[in-house]
Design a protein around this ligand. Structure first.
Ligand code: TRP
Ligand code: ZN
Length: 878
């Protein structure tokens, strides 16, 4: 494993210089043998015409066993080149030359899952961001782009399928039962988009005809026996292709588009040109093994990787600081795809829920970084909620500020200018600015500053002048390395609700939607005046969550109930409920801290009842009755007491369950499935609400409702309903939980992804004894620390179990730290992701802080700790 803490030198954006050498042609020959793989690479290298001087050639490499180096066919001797600390340098080279290197690598021992590695069904690659250097010597940076021709050799019986990017141009048998295949990619690409596969896989084939009439061959490769779980991913791929043509005028440029699913994968999926490699979790689905959420996630991830073909591959990043150029934009695109193909309002609600649960805490913690970071130790640690989800919010704000049409023109201009190039976030914004004639200068702090801005709103109604003055202020707390913040340009979409609940209209000709106005908050404090307002309004602020900020406004409970019932903006109808629940839970926590019982007003019951029995879409009702998560609520408190927070939040759920028992029971019955399972948006919504009713009823801790859950568990014809019932039982006291868990494992033990759910539901349960349970499960035969999906489902889920991970005796902290230490020796990327569970340790009381600090220090001291975990732990301890 890498011992990199001896050299914790940060990489800085300001140090960027163009590469002194370019590589424009790559020939790779990968010969896979039982003990090793032999990689012969032939590179056409030239000095970069834009860079002066006679710098030495430097190549990146990691864990390579170098056999030979040749320049223009001449074999170099030991003194002609130097290999040291991940780099191979040659001092004197011609202007243009051919460099041939031969290395041995050991994919079977590659537990990091970066570079070329072995999984159960064959050999797979992951090169983003810096895995290619673990395959061959190369200038491993995204602004070096080349054409690739790849030949793979392997045993034919064991690995009948041989794939690489581009088009197949040759294949044949070789002596000793071996065979080869040759692939050529016509598109220049950075090496992080290289991919190859050698395996025993089944394939589902299809075809797609593009808008201009070209035919693309589609293929999804999966583990043998899983072909009946590929149909949904294939449909998602074709839907994404059509959507990108219609919404952005972007067509698929390939003859072959392949997706390969693998069970061992560090992340969700990877957009390698023409050869996406996916975590099985985002490909495989069948109604009896995958939930509605799984189906929807597959849609989104398939779309995400496909959309990268334009936003990421055709136009790529100049350097890794620009990561959000492709990720933020591509998440925005997959969000829009999801909104257009499912329900726009619930899609937005879920995005914001996710942002608050993951990105806001990140932005307030030790790993806070701007959407475009300015420095890093380990780039793998920056595939974050900030770069992805906040990055998508930044792109969304650009669209909100200039409008959909101008945004589309900006996209067109971006591709017209930069197709085939490696560019920066500034280039993207410049295209938007030029297409729209909008000055984005004051907007750029969204890219350069970390932290979630806070906006406060105060309104004043003047009945004599019939006007309403809304004063907005903005501020942003200091974050690591940034003590002073400049102000942001914040689009604040505002509507005003009259006493009748209707939108007041204040449009002028220029404003196409006169009930919502997008204010541009630019100064630390600004007042906006609305005229011809006949009665004191209730302001509906930040409609559709028009900016990723914390909005503070002193709403009364009555005002929130008014918004919940009437706001024409569905997001803010939901948001009013979340505010109300949050206020009540915070007050209850304060009461508990004073030794008093929480108080729950009848008004919250009335508001919730109106939603539950109202005529809204079931999916929306389910969202509106879901309380904010504990981590989200914790962010709103100064010092977090996880026990009281849990007690208060559960107390509110029980109060709602008691008060609305009859309504929950009635809706549960009324929403019973009428026909066979389907993933239609409406059916998905009905199941979501029905399962929410079941969960609320089981807050009452009654045998009859546990029996209802067990009946649903036994009779469900789909995983959504079966798993929802299991989750209810696994959170309920009594023997039913473990009985259901045993039955579930018994039935699904052969389905890896279902076993992951089984681990997760136990790790997230509220029941006591979680630590012991999770500890015990780490030695279950189905658990494997080397498989990221297992680590995520058991250990990361436990790290997110707010009350039990942060238990006062520090047991959760010690346990997770010991697992991180073991895992770091195998897979530093995943170990570092686990370590992020400690991010918010300073927000807890002194006793918990003491335990967390000790656990973090035990990691910090470890000899041979990876750079990945070191960066996370070191920042946490600063
Ligand atoms: N580019 C991938 C995506 O977002 C992310 C990714 C896949 C990745 N695998 C990775 C990032 C491994 C870091 C390491 O679509
Ligand atoms: Zn991506």
């Amino acid at each position: 494993m890498q011992d990199t803490t001896s050299d914790p030198t940060p990489v800085r954006l300001e140090d960027y210089t163009p590469p002194p050498f370019l590589i424009d042609d790559v020939r790779l020959d990968v010969d896979i043998r039982a003990e090793y793989a032999l990689v012969t690479s032939t590179l056409r290298v030239l000095r970069n015409p834009l860079v002066q001087g006679s710098a030495a050639l430097e190549l990146d490499g990691e864990d390579l066993d170098t056999q030979s180096v040749r320049v223009d066919g001449r074999l170099l001797q030991d003194g002609d080149y130097h290999v040291e600390a991940g780099s191979l340098s040659i001092n004197v080279v011609p202007e243009r030359f051919t460099l041939e290197t031969q290395v041995r690598i050991r994919p079977d021992q590659n537990t990091q899952l970066s570079g070329l590695y072995r999984s159960r069904d064959g050999y797979f690659t992951q090169c983003e961001p810096q895995g290619f250097r673990r395959i061959t010597w190369f200038i491993d940076r995204p602004d070096v782009m080349a054409r690739y021709a790849v030949t793979i050799h392997a045993d034919k019986a064991a690995f009948p399928v041989l794939l690489a990017n581009g088009n197949p141009v040759g294949a044949g048998d070789e002596p000793d039962g071996r065979h080869y295949a040759r692939w050529e990619d016509p598109f220049r690409k950075p090496c992080y988009l290289f991919a190859m596969v050698a395996g025993k896989l089944d394939v589902l084939r299809d075809r797609y005809r593009t808008a201009s009439g070209r035919e693309v061959q589609l293929a999804i490769y999966v583990e043998p026996g899983k072909l009946d779980q590929c149909a949904h991913a294939m449909a998602a791929l074709k839907k994404s292709m059509r959507w990108d043509e219609q919404r952005f005028g972007l067509e698929c440029d390939l003859d072959h588009y392949m997706i390969v699913a693998v069970g061992d994968f560090n992340m969700g999926a990877m957009e390698n040109k023409g050869l996406n490699i996916f975590n099985t979790k985002y490909v495989l689905a069948r109604a009896d093994v995958a939930t509605d959420v799984d189906f929807e996630n597959i849609d989104r991830v398939v779309a995400h990787e496909y959309f990268h073909n334009w936003t990421g591959n055709r136009v790529t990043c100049r350097d890794w600081f620009q990561l959000s150029l492709k990720e933020g934009l591509t998440v925005f695109r997959d969000q829009e795809f999801g909104a257009d193909t499912h329900s726009r309002e619930t899609a937005r609600i879920r995005e914001v829920r996710g942002l608050r649960a993951a990105q806001f805490p990140e932005d307030a913690g030790p790993m806070a970084h701007p959407v475009r970071p300015s420095t890093y130790l380990e780039i793998n640690n920056f595939y974050t909620a900030t770069v992805y989800e906040k990055g998508a919010e930044v792109v969304r704000m650009i669209q909100t500020l200039i409008g959909r049409e101008a945004f589309r023109r900006g996209m067109d201009l971006y591709f017209a200018r930069h197709d085939g190039q490696a560019v920066t976030c500034d280039d993207f914004v410049a295209a938007m600015a030029d297409a729209a004639g909008f000055d984005f200068e004051p907007f750029m702090t969204w890219y350069s500053q970390a932290g979630t801005p806070k906006v406060t709103a105060r309104g004043e109604y003047d009945s004599r002048k019939r006007c309403y003055a809304l004063t907005l202020t903005q501020s942003c707390a200091p974050s690591p390395g940034q003590s002073e913040k400049e102000s942001y340009l914040i689009p604040v979409a505002v509507g005003l609700l009259g006493p009748d609940g209707k939108d007041m209209l204040f449009g002028n000709e220029a404003d196409p939607e006169p009930k919502t106005r997008v204010l541009q908050l630019l100064e630390p404090e600004q007042t906006f005046v609305f005229e011809n307002i006949d009665a004191p309004p209730v302001p509906s602020l930040l409609r559709n969550f028009s900016a990723p900020v914390v909005l503070e406004c002193d709403y009364t409970i009555a005002e929130l109930a008014h918004l919940m019932a009437h706001d024409s903006d569905p997001f803010n109808r939901w948001e009013a409920g979340q505010r109300l629940y949050g206020q009540l839970v915070r007050a209850a926590v304060a009461n508990l801290a004073r030794g008093q019982a929480p108080e729950w007003p009848m008004s919250v019951l009335d508001a919730a009842r109106k939603v539950l029995v109202g005529s809204g879409e079931p999916a929306f009702i389910a969202e509106a009755l879901t309380l904010p998560s504990e981590p989200t609520l914790a962010e709103q408190m100064e010092v977090v007491d996880p026990e009281r927070l849990y007690e208060a939040r559960t107390g509110l759920a029980r109060f709602l369950a008691h008060g609305l028992e009859a309504e929950f029971a009635r809706r549960y019955e009324a929403l019973a499935p009428a026909g066979p399972y389907s993933t239609e948006t409406e059916e998905v919504g009905r199941r979501a609400l029905r399962n929410l009713c079941l969960a609320y009823l089981n807050e009452l801790d009654r045998q009859d409702y546990r029996s209802v859950a067990r009946r649903q568990f036994d009779s469900a014809d789909n995983m959504t309903d079966q798993f929802a019932a299991l989750a209810v039982l696994a959170n309920a006291p009594g023997p039913e939980g473990d009985a259901a868990l045993d039955a579930f494992y018994e039935r699904w033990q052969a389905e890896d992804l279902v076993v992951d759910k089984w681990f997760a539901v136990q790790a997230s349960s509220r029941l006591p004894g979680r630590l012991e349970r999770v500890e015990r499960l780490t030695s279950h035969p189905a658990f494997d620390l080397r498989t990221p999906n297992k680590v995520y489902s058991l250990l990361r889920t436990f790290g997110a179990n707010h009350r039990h991970f942060h238990s006062a005796d520090g047991g959760g902290y010690r346990f997770l730290a010991s697992q991180i230490a073991r895992l770091d020796a195998m897979n530093p990327q995943v170990a570092a992701r686990l370590a992020r569970a400690f991010d918010r340790w300073r927000r807890f009381d002194a006793v918990r802080q003491g335990h967390a600090k000790a656990a973090l220090e035990s990691l910090h001291r470890l000899e041979g700790l990876s750079r990945d975990v070191f960066e996370v732990v070191d920042k946490a301890l600063r």
